[in-house]
Design a protein around this ligand. Sequence first.
Ligand SMILES: *[C@@H]1O[C@H](CO)[C@@H](O)[C@H](O)[C@H]1NC(C)=O
Ligand SMILES: *[C@@H]1O[C@H](CO)[C@@H](O)[C@H](O)[C@H]1NC(C)=O
Ligand SMILES: *[C@@H]1O[C@H](CO)[C@@H](O)[C@H](O)[C@H]1NC(C)=O
Ligand SMILES: *[C@@H]1O[C@H](CO)[C@@H](O)[C@H](O)[C@H]1NC(C)=O
Ligand SMILES: *[C@@H]1O[C@H](CO)[C@@H](O)[C@H](O)[C@H]1NC(C)=O
Ligand SMILES: *[C@@H]1O[C@H](CO)[C@@H](O)[C@H](O)[C@H]1NC(C)=O
Length: 361
Amino acid sequence: MFFAAILLHGLCLANAINFTTVYEWDEFDFIWPSGADSSHGQIKQNFKSSKVYLDYMAAFGERLFLSIETQSGVPATLVWLPTSGASTAPPKLAPFPSWNLHEKDNCDSIQWAKGMETDTDGRLWVLDDGNRKCPGKLWIFNLVNNDTTERVYQFPDTVVSHTFDKRWLHDIVLDKTQDDYLAYITQVSSENIIVYSRKTENSWSVKIPGVRISTLALSTKSEARQLYLGRYGSKELYSVSVSELKKEGGNATGRLIGKWTARPYRMLIDSANVLYAAFNYQSYTSKRNNSTPFHEERFHEVGQLGAGYPFTFALDANGSFWMTERNETDFGIRHKLLKAEVGARSYLYKILLSTDLPLRG
Ligand SMILES: *[C@@H]1O[C@H](CO)[C@@H](O)[C@H](O)[C@H]1NC(C)=O
Ligand SMILES: *[C@@H]1O[C@H](CO)[C@@H](O)[C@H](O)[C@H]1NC(C)=O
Ligand SMILES: *[C@@H]1O[C@H](CO)[C@@H](O)[C@H](O)[C@H]1NC(C)=O
Ligand SMILES: *[C@@H]1O[C@H](CO)[C@@H](O)[C@H](O)[C@H]1NC(C)=O
Ligand SMILES: *[C@@H]1O[C@H](CO)[C@@H](O)[C@H](O)[C@H]1NC(C)=O
Ligand SMILES: *[C@@H]1O[C@H](CO)[C@@H](O)[C@H](O)[C@H]1NC(C)=O
């Protein structure tokens, strides 16, 4: 019995990927405002490192972007980190794009960054859930043009409620089509997918009757593109064909694909059409091959972590899988940034070939 358990465990780990630790933090710190930014005087005094809860991650070039849960003691809800540095000392969090866009209760500032995605043209798309005063928005920044704000889209009340208690923007994925970028967005626990078109600057919602949605991931183009959905409060994985999402006001059909071992809160698909998932209160992440019947494999597993949302992750254009790990104990909260080469990029890119390493798109 004992031997069998060891054997099973060994099998799990044989499939696991070896991550290397890039940085470790006992406490987070920020790069504080200076010079032109110094009007943001008192934020440093109010900062509480223990309040930093990393939420979503995106990668582009040599930077990682992270959203942080908004609560008192957190001075900025959107930050970036370098992927490498001259020293092994963990880097400080840098506000993105600058302190100027992190003014509390100023609706021209970012209030609550949630899901994020980078596109293959160097844009960073950020969902902003706003607050009691400010409505929900989608920000698009241009990372290859000095981090300028390219667009700020405020959702109409009919698509995303302007009443804070009726809204909970969550996650975003991008669909690059022939002549447009569409964003598919979730509002936790609603049965609606919100669709935004960059070309027409318009948004609409499509209902998936019977499937309250928490997290989502978009497949590659190797299959008729599918949006994978984690059902709210459940282990069930559903898919819906994106062709059904392009018509305003319609319904789409969710198909049950399988059942995870736990409730997923975050999902991501790579350019080889492999789906990765992280689960509430579980100290492992899993993956499955979308091209085969549902079969879950452990991807990364550690001992006890004690966190409700222990991991957040992103893929870059070079085939690196980036992941943060949160370890919450009575002695404090420690974070790690981990990295593994998976040989595949984000779903937005073509599959990674060793010969086209520096190429994009
Ligand atoms: C991970 O590292 C272990 C020990 O170095 C090695 O035996 C194993 O093959 C590695 N796994 C992968 C998937 O590279
Ligand atoms: C990815 O590769 C490109 C080209 O080799 C390099 O410039 C870039 O820094 C790499 N990105 C990361 C995150 O390492
Ligand atoms: C980028 O922004 C910085 C700081 O605002 C400014 O000094 C610099 O001139 C800008 N560069 C370009 C190419 O616009
Ligand atoms: C969508 O489904 C709902 C049931 O959940 C139904 O009442 C409604 O008529 C359907 N709408 C369309 C456009 O089919
Ligand atoms: C996924 O499954 C398909 C079909 O069996 C296979 O061709 C493909 O190589 C698998 N992908 C990965 C990344 O294992
Ligand atoms: C989490 O932190 C505790 C206390 O420092 C430590 O004993 C434990 O090994 C850590 N867990 C992991 C998975 O690193």
